[in-house]
Design a protein around this ligand. Structure first.
Ligand code: SF4
Ligand code: SF4
Length: 100
């Protein structure tokens, strides 16, 4: 099971204020490793833990939340970013009830 990211790329374009990514942020608030044309991370396989929803759950947030609750919180952030950017509805993160 993994977080159902839809690949909108907006989290990577809004990293200002994320302490562990402070060396990654560009003046416009996006990450220097974000490929805006392909909406991908150019260092995907070695990206930091903070960029990995499931890893962060396993490392830290399982102490505080169920996986389902953690996914809901993350999905709310994704969808808020998308709504603020008027991104097409097809990118909305929805949970299918199998998140545990
Ligand atoms: S904002 Fe959410 S849906 Fe979009 S790329 Fe990031 S994790 Fe995936
Ligand atoms: S390192 Fe990659 S996954 Fe993490 S914010 Fe930058 S572009 Fe996104």
């Amino acid at each position: 099971m993994s977080f159902p990211c839809t690949g909108c790329g907006l989290c990577c374009q809004n990293i200002r204020g994320v302490e562990s990514l402070k060396n990654y942020v560009l003046s416009h608030g996006g990450c220097k490793y974000f490929d805006a044309i392909n909406k991908t991370c150019t260092q995907y396989d070695t990206r930091p833990d903070i960029c990995r929803v499931d890893k962060m759950f396993e490392l830290v947030y399982h102490k505080e939340y169920t996986r389902k609750k953690f996914y809901i919180l993350n999905a709310n952030v994704c969808n808020s970013l998308q709504e603020a950017s008027s991104l097409d509805q097809s990118y909305r993160v929805t949970l299918n009830g199998k998140e545990g």
